[in-house]
Write a protein that binds this ligand. Structure first.
Ligand SMILES: C[S@@+](CC[C@H](N)C(=O)[O-])C[C@H]1O[C@@H](n2cnc3c(N)ncnc32)[C@H](O)[C@@H]1O
Length: 210
Protein backbone atom coordinates (compact mmCIF):
# COMPACT_ATOMS: atom_id res chain seq x y z
CA UNK A 1 0.00 0.00 0.00
CA UNK A 2 1.31 3.44 -0.94
CA UNK A 3 1.81 5.51 2.23
CA UNK A 4 -1.04 7.95 2.73
CA UNK A 5 1.24 11.01 2.74
CA UNK A 6 2.73 10.00 -0.62
CA UNK A 7 -0.78 9.40 -2.00
CA UNK A 8 -1.84 12.88 -0.81
CA UNK A 9 1.25 14.41 -2.36
CA UNK A 10 0.51 12.59 -5.63
CA UNK A 11 -2.99 14.07 -5.62
CA UNK A 12 -1.64 17.63 -5.25
CA UNK A 13 2.10 18.05 -4.62
CA UNK A 14 3.05 20.74 -2.09
CA UNK A 15 6.27 22.03 -0.55
CA UNK A 16 9.59 20.17 -0.66
CA UNK A 17 8.05 16.68 -0.26
CA UNK A 18 5.88 17.56 -3.27
CA UNK A 19 9.00 18.48 -5.27
CA UNK A 20 10.39 15.00 -4.66
CA UNK A 21 7.13 13.18 -5.40
CA UNK A 22 6.72 15.26 -8.57
CA UNK A 23 10.17 14.35 -9.86
CA UNK A 24 9.70 10.63 -9.22
CA UNK A 25 6.24 10.79 -10.83
CA UNK A 26 7.62 12.49 -13.93
CA UNK A 27 9.57 9.29 -14.71
CA UNK A 28 7.07 6.76 -13.37
CA UNK A 29 4.22 7.94 -15.57
CA UNK A 30 6.15 8.11 -18.86
CA UNK A 31 4.84 4.72 -20.13
CA UNK A 32 1.16 5.41 -19.39
CA UNK A 33 1.34 8.89 -20.87
CA UNK A 34 2.98 7.40 -23.97
CA UNK A 35 0.00 5.05 -24.33
CA UNK A 36 -2.40 7.97 -23.86
CA UNK A 37 -0.67 10.06 -26.53
CA UNK A 38 -0.59 7.16 -28.97
CA UNK A 39 -4.34 6.67 -28.51
CA UNK A 40 -5.07 10.39 -28.81
CA UNK A 41 -3.37 10.50 -32.27
CA UNK A 42 -2.52 14.19 -32.25
CA UNK A 43 -1.95 15.85 -35.65
CA UNK A 44 0.96 18.19 -36.22
CA UNK A 45 -1.07 21.41 -35.99
CA UNK A 46 -3.57 20.61 -33.24
CA UNK A 47 -4.24 22.38 -29.91
CA UNK A 48 -4.10 20.03 -26.94
CA UNK A 49 -4.98 20.53 -23.26
CA UNK A 50 -3.32 18.36 -20.58
CA UNK A 51 -5.63 18.40 -17.53
CA UNK A 52 -3.58 17.82 -14.37
CA UNK A 53 -0.44 18.22 -16.45
CA UNK A 54 1.78 17.88 -13.38
CA UNK A 55 5.51 18.10 -14.17
CA UNK A 56 4.84 18.89 -17.87
CA UNK A 57 6.85 15.97 -19.29
CA UNK A 58 3.92 14.80 -21.43
CA UNK A 59 3.33 18.29 -22.82
CA UNK A 60 7.03 18.56 -23.66
CA UNK A 61 6.85 15.26 -25.58
CA UNK A 62 3.75 16.48 -27.42
CA UNK A 63 5.41 19.76 -28.23
CA UNK A 64 8.27 17.90 -29.92
CA UNK A 65 5.80 15.83 -31.95
CA UNK A 66 3.14 18.40 -32.95
CA UNK A 67 5.53 20.98 -34.37
CA UNK A 68 2.83 23.42 -35.49
CA UNK A 69 0.45 22.86 -32.59
CA UNK A 70 -0.40 24.61 -29.33
CA UNK A 71 -0.02 22.86 -25.97
CA UNK A 72 -1.75 23.95 -22.75
CA UNK A 73 -1.53 22.51 -19.27
CA UNK A 74 -3.57 23.20 -16.16
CA UNK A 75 -2.83 22.03 -12.64
CA UNK A 76 -3.86 23.39 -9.22
CA UNK A 77 -0.49 22.58 -7.60
CA UNK A 78 2.00 25.46 -7.44
CA UNK A 79 4.85 22.95 -7.38
CA UNK A 80 3.64 21.33 -10.60
CA UNK A 81 2.88 24.62 -12.36
CA UNK A 82 6.38 25.82 -11.59
CA UNK A 83 8.02 22.58 -12.80
CA UNK A 84 5.93 22.43 -16.00
CA UNK A 85 6.47 26.14 -16.70
CA UNK A 86 10.24 25.65 -16.49
CA UNK A 87 10.15 22.55 -18.67
CA UNK A 88 8.05 24.32 -21.34
CA UNK A 89 9.93 27.64 -21.08
CA UNK A 90 11.11 27.80 -24.69
CA UNK A 91 7.76 26.73 -26.15
CA UNK A 92 5.98 29.29 -23.95
CA UNK A 93 8.37 31.95 -25.21
CA UNK A 94 7.41 31.07 -28.79
CA UNK A 95 3.68 31.24 -27.94
CA UNK A 96 3.31 27.49 -28.50
CA UNK A 97 2.56 26.50 -24.91
CA UNK A 98 0.82 27.83 -21.80
CA UNK A 99 0.74 26.51 -18.24
CA UNK A 100 -1.91 27.82 -15.85
CA UNK A 101 -2.71 27.14 -12.21
CA UNK A 102 -6.33 25.98 -12.42
CA UNK A 103 -8.66 23.11 -11.58
CA UNK A 104 -10.56 21.05 -14.07
CA UNK A 105 -13.97 22.20 -12.93
CA UNK A 106 -13.09 25.76 -14.01
CA UNK A 107 -10.86 25.67 -17.07
CA UNK A 108 -9.59 29.13 -18.07
CA UNK A 109 -10.27 28.74 -21.80
CA UNK A 110 -13.25 29.54 -24.03
CA UNK A 111 -15.69 26.99 -25.44
CA UNK A 112 -14.30 24.81 -28.22
CA UNK A 113 -10.67 26.03 -27.80
CA UNK A 114 -9.01 22.60 -28.13
CA UNK A 115 -8.89 19.77 -30.66
CA UNK A 116 -7.95 17.25 -28.01
CA UNK A 117 -7.46 16.83 -24.26
CA UNK A 118 -5.92 14.24 -22.00
CA UNK A 119 -6.13 13.62 -18.25
CA UNK A 120 -3.88 10.87 -16.94
CA UNK A 121 -4.07 9.68 -13.31
CA UNK A 122 -6.35 12.60 -12.33
CA UNK A 123 -9.90 11.21 -12.28
CA UNK A 124 -9.45 9.66 -8.80
CA UNK A 125 -9.02 13.09 -7.23
CA UNK A 126 -12.18 14.73 -8.60
CA UNK A 127 -14.90 15.05 -5.93
CA UNK A 128 -17.52 15.33 -8.69
CA UNK A 129 -16.14 13.72 -11.89
CA UNK A 130 -19.31 14.44 -13.93
CA UNK A 131 -18.81 18.17 -13.34
CA UNK A 132 -15.13 18.13 -14.38
CA UNK A 133 -15.80 15.99 -17.46
CA UNK A 134 -18.57 18.36 -18.60
CA UNK A 135 -16.12 21.26 -18.21
CA UNK A 136 -13.46 19.45 -20.29
CA UNK A 137 -16.09 18.76 -22.94
CA UNK A 138 -16.96 22.48 -23.01
CA UNK A 139 -13.41 23.47 -24.07
CA UNK A 140 -13.27 20.84 -26.86
CA UNK A 141 -14.45 21.70 -30.37
CA UNK A 142 -17.18 19.65 -32.06
CA UNK A 143 -15.38 16.51 -33.20
CA UNK A 144 -12.69 16.98 -30.53
CA UNK A 145 -11.63 14.10 -28.32
CA UNK A 146 -10.58 13.30 -24.77
CA UNK A 147 -8.27 10.56 -23.55
CA UNK A 148 -8.87 9.71 -19.89
CA UNK A 149 -6.23 7.40 -18.47
CA UNK A 150 -6.45 5.71 -15.07
CA UNK A 151 -5.73 2.60 -13.08
CA UNK A 152 -9.00 0.64 -13.13
CA UNK A 153 -10.69 -0.43 -9.92
CA UNK A 154 -9.66 -3.97 -9.03
CA UNK A 155 -8.41 -5.83 -5.96
CA UNK A 156 -4.74 -5.04 -6.71
CA UNK A 157 -5.41 -1.32 -7.14
CA UNK A 158 -7.45 -1.24 -3.93
CA UNK A 159 -4.60 -2.94 -2.09
CA UNK A 160 -2.03 -0.51 -3.51
CA UNK A 161 -3.79 2.85 -3.32
CA UNK A 162 -5.38 4.25 -0.12
CA UNK A 163 -9.10 4.77 -0.60
CA UNK A 164 -8.92 7.91 1.57
CA UNK A 165 -7.20 9.59 -1.41
CA UNK A 166 -7.91 7.48 -4.52
CA UNK A 167 -11.53 7.09 -5.67
CA UNK A 168 -11.07 4.22 -8.13
CA UNK A 169 -13.59 3.62 -10.93
CA UNK A 170 -14.28 0.58 -13.08
CA UNK A 171 -13.91 1.05 -16.86
CA UNK A 172 -17.70 0.67 -17.14
CA UNK A 173 -18.26 3.50 -14.64
CA UNK A 174 -15.80 5.73 -16.48
CA UNK A 175 -17.69 5.15 -19.74
CA UNK A 176 -20.99 5.96 -18.03
CA UNK A 177 -19.54 9.19 -16.63
CA UNK A 178 -18.25 10.22 -20.07
CA UNK A 179 -21.61 9.57 -21.72
CA UNK A 180 -23.43 11.43 -18.93
CA UNK A 181 -21.10 14.40 -19.49
CA UNK A 182 -22.25 14.52 -23.13
CA UNK A 183 -19.40 12.72 -24.91
CA UNK A 184 -20.09 10.31 -27.79
CA UNK A 185 -18.28 7.31 -29.25
CA UNK A 186 -16.75 6.22 -25.96
CA UNK A 187 -14.40 3.22 -26.05
CA UNK A 188 -11.85 1.77 -23.62
CA UNK A 189 -8.60 -0.10 -24.11
CA UNK A 190 -7.07 -1.91 -21.14
CA UNK A 191 -3.28 -2.14 -21.37
CA UNK A 192 -1.14 -4.37 -19.21
CA UNK A 193 1.98 -2.57 -17.97
CA UNK A 194 4.05 -4.90 -15.84
CA UNK A 195 1.64 -6.19 -13.20
CA UNK A 196 -0.79 -3.29 -13.29
CA UNK A 197 -3.52 -2.72 -15.87
CA UNK A 198 -4.05 0.79 -17.20
CA UNK A 199 -7.33 1.89 -18.78
CA UNK A 200 -7.45 4.42 -21.62
CA UNK A 201 -10.99 5.69 -22.26
CA UNK A 202 -11.29 7.65 -25.51
CA UNK A 203 -14.34 9.83 -26.00
CA UNK A 204 -15.42 12.23 -28.72
CA UNK A 205 -17.55 15.35 -28.80
CA UNK A 206 -20.26 14.84 -31.44
CA UNK A 207 -19.49 16.73 -34.67
CA UNK A 208 -22.79 18.58 -34.41
CA UNK A 209 -22.26 19.67 -30.79
CA UNK A 210 -22.67 23.37 -30.19
C1 LIG B 1 -0.89 11.66 -10.09
S1 LIG B 1 -0.56 13.25 -10.74
C2 LIG B 1 -0.52 12.93 -12.51
C3 LIG B 1 0.23 13.98 -13.27
C4 LIG B 1 0.36 13.70 -14.77
N1 LIG B 1 -0.91 13.75 -15.43
C5 LIG B 1 1.03 12.38 -15.01
O1 LIG B 1 0.40 11.48 -15.59
O2 LIG B 1 2.19 12.23 -14.63
C6 LIG B 1 -2.10 14.08 -10.51
C7 LIG B 1 -2.05 15.54 -10.92
O3 LIG B 1 -3.39 16.03 -11.00
C8 LIG B 1 -3.43 17.30 -10.41
N2 LIG B 1 -4.81 17.56 -9.96
C9 LIG B 1 -5.39 17.17 -8.80
N3 LIG B 1 -6.65 17.61 -8.75
C10 LIG B 1 -6.87 18.29 -9.91
C11 LIG B 1 -7.98 19.01 -10.44
N4 LIG B 1 -9.13 19.12 -9.76
N5 LIG B 1 -7.85 19.59 -11.65
C12 LIG B 1 -6.69 19.49 -12.35
N6 LIG B 1 -5.60 18.83 -11.89
C13 LIG B 1 -5.70 18.24 -10.69
C14 LIG B 1 -2.41 17.22 -9.28
O4 LIG B 1 -1.98 18.47 -8.81
C15 LIG B 1 -1.30 16.40 -9.92
O5 LIG B 1 -0.37 17.21 -10.58
Amino acid sequence: MKAEWIARQSSRPQGWPGQIVARVMSYETIPVNRLALDELEVDDDESVLDVGCGHGRTLAALEREARAGFMAGIDPSEVMVSLASRRLRKARGRGRAEIQQAESHRIPYPDGRFDAALAVHVLYFWPDPARDLAEIRRVLRPGGRLLLGCRPDDAAARAALPSSVYALCSPEDVEKLLLAAGFDSVSTQIHQLGEAPFACARAEVGAAAG
